[in-house]
Design a protein around this ligand. Structure first.
Ligand code: ZN
Length: 215
């Protein structure tokens, strides 16, 4: 008489990625981002946590960065481990974006770079009070000088990169470090043997404006 184990049971595997209810893991990621914000003095000083957040369904748009940030997030400290895990959990389901073309930044850059809007005007959670994005850059990338109307605060979740903004000394940032870029302040970034994963807070006018390369 055959013995049926759990593993023999037919499973109701979802047909497509759209059939997966991702809301619980997105809410978990948002909660970890909120905790991260509450424990970083620079983040609390930069902007209050938005009070108007509400889920808005957005289609997944995969890019190679989704797999890369799971396989190689770079150096991480214990304090960021829950946030990192929560972001890795949603990585296959987020609307990844590039913003730039290969003509602007080179194909090598696009092969490992990607970002998504966790919260904001066009985020997985709608907010008109703030914008919270997540960016991943693979090792050995140069992000050319660029600028945008809102101010932004980079908070480093994992990895390291050299930050170089006009009017400020270059600084190597690692896990837990933060850096503000003022409205329209041109800034560049370089990763070396480490990738970089950052949670970025934005404030001010033009939250839905795309960054552009500086002249
Ligand atoms: Zn920027």
């Amino acid at each position: 008489m055959p013995i049926h184990s759990f593993f023999d049971m037919p499973t109701a595997a979802p047909d497509t990625i759209a059939d997966v209810d991702t809301r619980p893991i997105f809410h978990a990621a948002l909660e970890q981002a909120r905790k991260w914000h509450s424990t970083l003095p620079a983040a609390r000083a930069f902007c209050p946590w938005p009070q108007d957040l509400r889920w808005q369904p957005r289609d997944a748009h995969p890019l190679p960065a989704a797999d890369l940030m799971c396989a190689d997030p770079g150096l991480v400290k214990k304090a960021a481990a829950p946030l990192l895990a929560a972001l890795q959990a949603i990585a296959p389901y987020v609307e990844w974006r590039h913003s730039y073309t290969a003509e602007e930044v080179g194909q090598k850059f696009l092969d490992t770079f990607g970002w998504f809007e966790l919260a904001g005007p066009e985020g997985h959670f709608r907010s008109d009070q703030a914008r919270i994005t997540v960016g991943y850059w693979g090792p050995g990338l140069y992000y050319p000088r660029h600028q945008h109307p809102p101010a932004e605060l980079y908070t480093i979740v994992s990895g390291t990169a050299l930050f170089d903004a006009d009017g400020a000394p270059p600084r190597l940032l690692g896990p837990g470090d933060t850096r503000v870029h003022a409205p329209e302040q041109p800034h560049a970034m370089t990763t070396s043997d480490q990738p970089l994963l950052a949670l970025v807070f934005w404030r001010g006018a033009g939250l839905d404006a795309s960054p552009r390369l500086s002249a």
